[in-house]
Write a protein of this length. Structure first.
Length: 260
């Protein structure tokens, strides 16, 4: 397997009973890319994310991360390898502050054992202090430092989305999976989100795979796009190629006349 690829899925297929949710999906993602994964509702997009992040093991096929076979690996171990994700429905810890939400994610990088934590031994104390400082710096970089000690659920919707991304960044990923980050946003918020994603890609040296229904976001930020329909890949290409693909148009809108 080509180690230069950040992520490669080799004909991954998953079946639930008699239903094939994803069929022979092959993706090759290279360092620094922003790749879109789109398709109508029920196309298998989030299922694909769940396979990559270890929620599901594929029925067939393999998943490779930086050349390593991670197929069926536990989700927490995949996070430690360097893959983080967000969810379509925001999943913040509602009873915690903005900072506490980020600190929770940082624990995956904590270099102390449970006994050291229980006894508050020096190594644990130093690690906690360092993580606090790193999380405050992260919040500064994503524009949330001024609300660090506010309850997460008190934030406006757009900032809650940004916090969820910050929480994923706290795990220090190489590959960031964004599941409909623009869901529920108005056009101005979507535009700000696009700028934000571009900023974090460069600032944190990320590769990004994103699911998104807002076509202006997908077409405006992704270098390449894969389109799924009923779990089957129907198109792969640049935004321009996807926009002019008749099969993609029909999958979204039904058979329509087009001048493309």
């Amino acid at each position: 397997m080509d180690a230069e690829k950040v992520l490669s899925t080799d004909d991954i297929t998953i079946r639930f009973g008699g239903l094939t949710a994803v069929s022979k999906l092959s993706l090759d993602i290279y360092p620094g890319e922003i790749i879109g994964l789109i398709g109508p509702n029920g196309a298998g997009k989030t299922t694909c994310f769940n396979i990559i992040t270890g929620v599901y093991a594929p029925t067939e096929g393999k998943v490779y991360f930086k050349g390593k076979d991670i197929t069926g690996m536990r989700s927490d171990l995949i996070t430690k390898e360097g893959i983080a994700r967000t969810f379509q429905n925001i999943r913040l810890f509602q009873s915690m502050t903005v900072l506490e939400n980020v600190l929770i994610s940082k624990h995956v990088r904590l270099k102390a054992n449970p006994l050291e934590a229980i006894l508050r031994m020096p190594r644990y104390t130093r690690a906690r202090r360092r993580h606090y400082e790193e999380c405050m710096e992260l919040l500064r970089q994503v524009g949330l430092e001024d609300v660090a000690h506010e309850m997460a659920t008190s934030l406006p919707y757009g900032k809650q989305r940004r916090l969820e991304i910050a929480r994923a960044l706290a795990t220090q990923p190489t590959l960031l999976l964004l599941d409909e980050p623009a869901a529920g946003m108005n056009p101005q918020e979507s535009l700000e989100l696009m700028k934000f994603i571009e900023q974090i890609r460069h600032r944190f040296e990320l590769t990004i795979l994103m699911i998104e229904h807002h076509m202006e976001v997908v077409m405006g930020i992704c270098e390449r796009i894969t389109v799924l329909d009923y779990g089957v890949t129907i198109a792969q290409g640049t935004p321009t190629e996807i926009q002019n693909n008749q099969q993609v148009i029909e999958a979204y809108l039904g058979a329509v006349e087009t001048n493309a």
